[in-house]
Design a binder for this molecule. Structure first.
Ligand SMILES: Nc1nc2c(ncn2[C@@H]2O[C@H](COP(=O)(O)OP(=O)(O)OP(=O)(O)O)[C@@H](O)[C@H]2O)c(=O)[nH]1
Length: 639
């Protein structure tokens, strides 16, 4: 199944001395293990001769022995625990990495290559249990899976640089271009190298096919198929680790589909990615390979923009409603149908997110539902109708588009599910066309809901702004600009309503009119601004000293007025006298100069006999006129 490089050609390439190869101790270990009669002690001695490799092996052995009560401290024990052949493979991987961190090919990014390879190796270890393979073996193959590319760059630095540029600029398949140029590709060359170093055939096959696991033709469910898919997933996870934030989002759908194939999703996937990225950084520090911090995977998923523009390069996505990429949570879909569904969702340009078919997965869907939730009616744990009902009760779930999948047998429950709040039900088996039509409908519906929300927010904002503006206008219309007291219009309205209230409730009230004595003189002697200042100071004084229930307002010019609810003639006269005396004593100041000010006040208590509030004004005005006539700076109560 593997198309290796022609052995004679490989021999010639090797003879150039340019092919990457395990050096020193690693090479000696390969030779040792090729002998049938090698002894573990010889292996231990060889490893001991390179302290750097010895240290890393110990670390690996302890990582593999995770869960043991005591760490392995002796190299011999570590080698026995790992097994001689695993030791050989690990040492090969580490040695190749160590001696090929830089090279001659200008377009080959050696630093990124090893960052990616290490991330792949570490991700592979996380997948060891799925692939039913030891974590050391799978680490090595993850680390070396792209070693053919490194070899091409070492053998033909200039020509390979041109191939890399063409692959990038023309967006063409690298292996195809390599075959056109060199009559072999990196997969073939890599496989030949791994075979020469003695790595197990199964690992070589997986590495060879990992870029296109579906065309490998491995039997469904076979160990080799799972291993190849695991390697493919690990590479995709490494891409995510290497990518910047924006590129990461576009890689997510592919990763989630691959994870679904292996049956990993929900919190298990989040934990796995977080653990992997942590170990990648740890090992990066040990092996001096560049790494970068990855936010928690749950955060990456949550932050992926729901309305990411769809890449025009993907023809499947054209014609999709408004070109929106939406998060689609998938819940309770039987394992056999899952990969196809995830792939279809991805093909249609959306972001499939697999949730565990466990109570936890259900909780997550209810707590943080995506824009679309696809739930199978046969999901374990909760009936679809109940799920929809609970979903609709949550604030986030109200907006979610709930699409249920029904098997022909569960058709009877469809009406029940729709009544419970499902937006749509699809009867299986699904075709990609049906799914496309339904997801487009969902997308339009979601966009429409978002539009309505936006408009509603806009209306609320305008209403709020209008209310504020209206209040401000009203305030302006009722306030005197110079003194900030209520103006005449406001004051007279208040007087009218207070008078009517006191009349109908037989309560006392009074009205005062107050006029500054010889105000003209202040203007004439000190200027109009001095007059304004006196008006403002008097307004403040009246405001500060009036009772809470009274309304003091500017009547006009140098005249002020006060409406005094609940004040009979005597009380009103006392209030007026208090004001008069206070003004007389008050230090009015203009430009550090004291200005003596006095006021005359006419008091009009409501007697119950006047026909309207206007009569009170006239009475107060008459009393004020009398006060002025009698010498000013006095209070006259109308009778
Ligand atoms: N600075 C200033 N002066 C004002 C304002 N409104 C009215 N006046 C002045 O107030 C003065 C009122 O003068 P008069 O009606 O003769 O009365 P007076 O000088 O107070 O004398 P009596 O009321 O008889 O004690 C006029 O000179 C107006 O120009 C204002 O808003 N600012």
């Amino acid at each position: 199944m593997i198309s290796f490089v022609d052995p004679e050609r490989y021999r010639l390439m090797k003879a150039t001395g340019k092919l990457p190869s395990p050096k020193g101790v690693a090479f000696a270990i390969i030779t040792l293990l090729q002998r049938d009669d090698f002894r573990v002690l010889e292996l231990v001695r060889l490893v001991q001769s390179d302290p750097a490799i010895a240290g890393r092996l110990l670390k690996f052995a302890n990582a593999a022995a995770f869960g043991r009560t005591r760490p392995i401290v002796s190299l011999q024990r570590a080698i026995v625990a790992l097994g001689s052949f695993k030791v050989r493979d690990l040492v090969i991987g580490l040695s190749v990495m160590h001696s090929h961190k830089t090279g001659q090919c200008a377009e080959f990014d050696y630093t990124s290559f090893w960052s990616h390879s290490l991330a792949t190796g570490i991700a592979c270890q996380e997948l060891a249990r799925f692939a039913q393979i030891s974590s050391e073996d799978i680490f090595t193959i993850g680390l070396l899976t792209r070693v053919g590319e490194l070899a091409m760059a070492s053998l033909y630095p200039d020509e390979y640089a041109a191939v890399l540029i063409a692959a990038r600029e023309l967006q063409q398949d690298l292996a195809t271009l390599e075959r056109e140029r060199f009559d072999m590709d990196h997969r073939q060359l890599g496989a030949s190298m791994l075979a020469e170093w003695g790595l197990p055939d199964m690992l070589i096959q997986a590495a060879y096919h990992q870029e296109q696991p579906d065309v490998a033709g491995f039997p469904d469910g076979s160990r080799l198929q799972t291993l190849t898919h695991s390697l493919n997933f690990a590479c995709s996870l490494a891409e995510i680790c290497m990518a910047d934030e924006e590129a990461r989002w576009s890689l997510l759908p592919g990763l989630l589909t691959r994870a679904a194939r292996l049956g990993v999703g929900g919190d298990a996937l989040n934990d796995m990615v977080d653990r992997m990225s942590r170990r990648w950084r740890e090992w990066g520090a040990t092996l001096q390979v560049r790494t970068q911090e990855l936010p928690p995977f749950a955060e990456i998923l949550a932050a992926s923009p729901p309305s990411l523009r769809v890449s025009a390069a993907n023809p499947e996505q054209t014609g999709k409603a408004a070109g929106q990429r939406l998060q689609v949570q998938v819940l309770g879909v039987p394992a056999a149908e899952l990969p196809t569904l995830m792939e279809q969702i991805e093909q249609l340009g959306h972001l499939p997110v697999l949730l565990d078919s466990t109570p936890e997965g259900l909780k997550q869907a209810l707590r943080q539902p995506a824009q679309i939730v696809i739930a199978d009616m046969s999901m374990p744990g909760l009936k679809a109708a109940a799920f929809c009902r609970i979903l609709r009760q949550t604030s986030a779930g109200k907006e979610t588009y709930a699409l249920l999948l029904a098997s022909p047998e569960s058709e009877g429950h469809i009406v029940e599910a729709i009544d419970a709040g499902a937006d749509d039900v699809l009867v299986k088996p699904l075709t990609v066309q049906t799914l496309r039509v339904r997801l487009n409908t969902a997308t339009r519906m979601i966009l429409l809901r978002a539009e309505i929300q936006r408009e509603r927010r806009g209306i609320m904002r305008s209403t709020g702004e209008f209310a504020v503006a209206h209040k401000r206008l009203l305030q302006d219309a009722l306030t005197d600009t110079l003194t900030q007291l209520p103006n005449r219009r406001h004051g007279l309205d208040f007087l009218a309503s207070e008078w009517a209230f006191s009349q109908s409730n037989a309560l006392p009230m009074a009205f005062l009119l107050l006029d500054i004595d010889h105000f003209k003189r202040i203007n004439d002697s000190h200027g109009h601004p001095a007059g304004d200042a006196v008006l403002r100071q008097l307004a403040d004084l009246l405001k500060r000293t009036s009772r809470g229930e009274d309304l003091v307002f500017r009547y006009g010019g140098e005249e002020f007025a006060a409406v005094l609810p609940n004040a009979n003639a005597r009380a009103a006269a006392q209030i007026a006298e208090r004001i008069r005396a206070m003004v007389e004593k008050y230090d009015f100041v203009w430009e550090h100069q004291a200005l003596p000010v006095s006021v005359s006040i006419g008091v009009a208590p409501a007697l119950g006999s006047e026909k309207d509030s206007q009569a009170l004004i006239q009475a107060a005005d008459a009393a004020l006129y009398q006060a002025k006539n009698e010498g000013r700076n006095r209070v006259i109560v109308a009778s």
